[in-house]
Design a protein around this ligand. Structure first.
Ligand SMILES: Cc1cc2nc3c(=O)[nH]c(=O)nc-3n(C[C@H](O)[C@H](O)[C@H](O)COP(=O)(O)O)c2cc1C
Length: 362
């Protein structure tokens, strides 16, 4: 039994969709909690005005009845409200009538750092928009909706997942001024986020093979988010500079650790301590003062595409990374505890904690 997620949707298309399979029946979902995460993803200093326009909200088309999962595929939809300005440009079918609204002219100026150049070459597109619309981080909205479902599942096991921003543009506190300065220079910033998970017992994930390791899965899930260029678990890179005597977390008779440099995972398996995952986000590639590029229509040197864009999206990344981590934990919990009904899963979880004599999270 495992959880699986498939998503579809372009940035300015009609909607973003997700299908979640492998949920147990009988899990209560709270629409307001999902929408609250969608709103959190849209907030943060340095976002583009599009965030006010969108005001994301989830719709559920299948798999839920009266707020409880049916144990069948869950279909989630987040509409792109901005699509009303792109109905010709992003029409799924050949558009009718005269071109109007946005997206009517082919984009031929690839942005360094974005999917634009590799995307058109790889798929044989002539309009960069055919690549950038899906490469855009807009579809993280529906991943966050799926992540909120995962959080609902793991919270039944006493697990909570929280993402925060550690730094933006190298500034550890009060980064608004740095964002204002970058905006003034028509530039962009990146940053670092951290996700912490509490309430996880030892034993999720496995050392049996590479694909089972929870550290590998978390790293892949978080690296899978647009603009993430580095992921570390626990003290990560800093461990490389320490001696073993200072790097490992000594074990008390209670089986708890004196420190948590491993970030809650050893050998790909949770060890009962808090899970700590950090991610580095590069500066966003769409600059209002564009970088050098080539016009793919003429082959001449040109400036890259300028399109409405965030100056920084690190606060949004904290929410997206939180949802990715929650998703991987829910998947690992599903694999370990199974069950068609939520009650089965909870009973297996209780029996496991009893066997290893591990205290239950209240
Ligand atoms: C929440 C979030 C919002 C983003 N917003 C923008 C944006 O407004 N403009 C932009 O150029 N890139 C933005 N990005 C980053 C690009 O989507 C990303 O750099 C691009 O898809 C290329 O992928 P890569 O950076 O992983 O190589 C955002 C990323 C995230 C996670």
């Amino acid at each position: 039994m495992t959880l699986a997620l498939a998503t579809a949707g372009e940035s300015h298309g009609p909607a973003l969709v997700a299908i979640v399979t492998g949920l147990p029946a009988g899990l209560t979902l709270d629409r307001e909690a999902i929408d609250a995460d969608l709103r959190r993803r849209q907030q943060g200093y340095g976002r583009s005005p599009r965030q006010q326009l969108e005001q994301d909200a989830v719709e559920v088309l299948a798999g839920l009845r009266h707020g409880r999962t049916l144990g069948t595929p869950l279909a989630l939809v987040v509409r792109n409200r901005d699509h009303k300005n792109w109905t010709w440009g992003m029409s799924p079918w050949p558009p009718e009538g005269e071109p109007s609204g946005k997206g009517t002219k082919a984009v031929t100026l690839p942005r360094p750092g974005h999917a634009d150049l590799a995307g058109v070459l790889k798929y044989g597109h002539t309009d960069v928009r055919d690549a950038l619309e899906r490469a855009s981080a807009r579809h993280t909205a529906v991943q966050v909706a799926a992540g909120a479902v995962a959080k609902a599942l793991v919270s039944e096991l006493g697990v909570s997942v929280a993402g925060t921003v550690l730094e933006v543009g190298g500034v550890v506190e009060s980064w608004e001024a740095a964002i204002d300065a970058a905006r003034g220079d028509r530039d962009t910033l990146g940053g670092v986020v951290e996700v912490r998970v509490t309430g996880v017992p030892p034993g999720l994930g496995s050392y049996a093979s590479r694909d089972d390791r929870l550290d590998a899965r978390l790293a892949a899930a978080v690296m899978g988010i647009q603009a993430v260029k580095g992921v570390e678990i626990g003290d990560g890179f800093a461990l490389a500079r320490l001696r073993g005597s200072h790097a490992h977390d000594e074990i008390e008779t209670s089986r708890r650790r004196r420190s948590n440099r491993a970030g809650g995972i050893e050998a790909g398996v949770t060890n009962g301590e808090e899970i700590v995952v950090r991610a580095a986000m590069k500066p966003l590639p769409t600059l209002m003062r564009p970088l050098d590029s080539v016009d793919l229509a003429t082959g001449e040197a040109a400036q890259a595409l300028v399109e409405r864009s965030d100056v920084a999206a690190v606060e949004a990344l904290a929410v997206v990374a939180e949802s990715a981590v929650a998703w991987e934990l829910a998947r690992a919990a599903r694999e370990k505890f199974g069950g068609d009904a939520l009650e089965d899963l909870l009973a297996a979880h209780r029996a496991y904690l009893d066997r290893i004599q591990w205290p239950r999270t209240p």
